[in-house]
Design a protein around this ligand. Structure first.
Ligand SMILES: [Zn+2]
Length: 507
């Protein structure tokens, strides 16, 4: 028999699709033809697979070999089909039983020596196999831990083609996946380490509670980075669905820690201001690598020294921040990744980055405005919470009497506020305050009493606040719930924030 078929998985974004790898061996001049929209890496599979088969002590059939990957319409990327191709060729040439690895999904890249190497995206590929009803997968030993995260799938790991061939022929055991890491996330940076900065801490808490983007403006030493790094520690842990999605994205980027299970902590990404557009939004050859904005999906994207980022880079972030998804343009169609992230911008008040009030700062007011102006417009317009921090004073830093509140204490309040918000907006389909459209908040039953918004309306009238800025401020007070004299739940606007945490007009 000159025909064999092995199952594998191809990725389109985070979604995986079952791929049938067919091998047909016919008499004729020895040649290998690959069809089914392969990319360069997949074209090169013929050389890798041939070398791996020969160096594993198996016979390479000197026949005309046609490899076809179905469905033909789905573009196939990368080297993850190597192992499936090798099994299909060996089964087609009679070296292995024709039904070798029937109903088993096979993933893995081959080295020339026959070693099975890890591939990016194993977790979403195994998830796709499970969704398609397949319960047995063979994966590279290096990816076994992430594959084992998917429930209801028996994971077999291989380190060499030789081991897989021996298993099919004699039933020799494959490798067992490592026992998954114990549940629970290792502790990250904690708010207890942050001295002073009551305004910064408050802004962080409100941003966490409402899912708002946050801008921290202030001189070096104001603790902007310290605060931003601690935002994930006060956000709710990722639920199963979100954790799977986030872990899948990190799997596609090849960034999962070895032996780790699902990522439960909201991810934190802090790209440098020299980062390229592909590094921020995704790109690269073969299977597109998710960019920082997707690796920060359901977590935090921190842009330190934000005005230093290139204009193109800031521009490229607009669309993902708006839609929660990012489209990575490819030569063979676009790839889409989720990118629902909370943005934290940090900026010095002026380009020289001297401490505030420093006599050495010679920046003109115009230079300062220009500097921050790089952030303005569409990007800063989406940032609901913008605060001006000052440098931490020695007295605050050295205070030993007051214990600083820990992340756990703040996280408990954030979780309560988020539960209240989910209830409050349930009928509108929104979950967090940041998602609620402005017009909604200006209408009953949510519109604020006139005395509360007096200052805001004055700012709007005098042009120090834009209409969009007005709506942004309206989203912030909805963080408390209390009961009126009839026992009905009413919103308790925190009017104090309207002035202090308000937004400067940027337009
Ligand atoms: Zn300056």
């Amino acid at each position: 028999m000159g025909y064999a078929k092995v199952l594998s998985v191809g990725l389109a974004g985070v979604a995986g699709h079952l791929v049938e790898v067919e091998a047909d061996l016919a008499p004729g001049l020895p040649a290998v033809i690959i069809s089914g929209l392969p990319d360069t890496a997949l074209h090169e599979a013929r050389d890798r697979v041939r070398a791996a088969i020969v160096n594993s002590g198996q016979k390479w059939p000197n026949r005309r070999i046609t490899l076809n990957l179905l469905p033909a319409t789905l573009p196939k990327y990368g080297s993850a089909f190597d192992l499936a191709i090798a099994v299909a060729v060996l089964a087609g040439s009679g070296e292995l039983p024709p039904v070798a690895l029937d109903a088993t999904v096979v993933l893995g890249e081959l080295g020339l020596d026959g070693a099975v190497r890890p591939v990016r995206g194993t977790l979403p590929m195994v998830a796709a196999a499970a969704r398609a009803g397949h319960t047995r997968v063979v994966v590279p030993a290096g990816n076994a831990a992430e594959a084992a995260v998917i429930p209801g799938v028996r994971v077999h790991a291989v380190d060499t083609l030789h081991r897989l061939v021996a298993h099919v022929r004699t039933g020799a055991p494959l490798l067992a996946p490592p026992t998954p890491a114990p549940a629970g996330t290792p502790p990250g940076p904690d708010l207890a380490d942050v001295a002073g900065q009551p305004l910064g801490r408050r802004a962080l808490e409100i941003a966490a509670a409402g899912g708002h983007h946050l801008a921290l403006l202030g001189p070096p030493g104001a603790g902007k980075t310290m605060l931003a790094e601690r935002l994930p520690s006060v956000l709710p842990e990722l639920d199963d669905e979100a954790a799977l999605e986030v872990t899948a994205l990190h799997s596609i980027a090849g960034l999962l820690p070895p032996g780790g299970g699902l990522l439960r902590r909201p991810p934190f990404q802090a790209p440098h201001h020299t980062a390229t557009v592909p590094a921020l939004v995704g790109g690269g050859s073969g299977l597109a690598r998710p960019g920082a904005v997707s690796l920060a999906h359901r977590g935090v994207l921190f842009l330190d020294e934000a005005p230093e980022f290139g204009k193109g880079a800031l521009e490229a972030l607009r669309q993902p921040l708006e839609s929660g998804r990012v489209r990575v343009a490819r030569t063979r169609g676009a790839t889409e990744y989720p990118a629902r992230t909370q943005l934290v911008l940090a900026a010095n008040p002026c380009p020289c980055a001297k401490p505030s009030g420093d006599a050495d700062c010679e920046c003109t007011p115009l230079a300062r405005r220009r500097y921050l102006g790089r952030l303005s417009g569409p990007l800063l317009d989406r940032v609901d919470v913008q605060v001006q921090l000052r440098a931490v004073r020695a007295a605050e830093l050295l205070r030993t009497d007051a214990a600083h509140e820990s992340s756990a204490a703040v996280a408990a309040r954030v979780a309560a506020a988020r539960r209240a918000a989910a209830d409050r907006w349930a009928a509108t389909g929104h979950r967090v305050n940041a998602d609620v459209p402005g017009p909604h908040l200006r209408r009953p039953p949510w519109h604020l009493p006139a005395r509360v918004t007096a200052d805001l309306r004055h700012r709007l009238d005098t042009g120090s606040l834009s209409a969009r800025g007005y709506d942004r401020v309206l989203r912030l007070p909805w963080i408390g719930i209390s009961r009126n004299s009839f026992g009905q739940e009413i919103l308790r606007p925190h009017a104090a924030h309207l002035g202090r945490l308000s937004t400067q007009s940027t337009s």
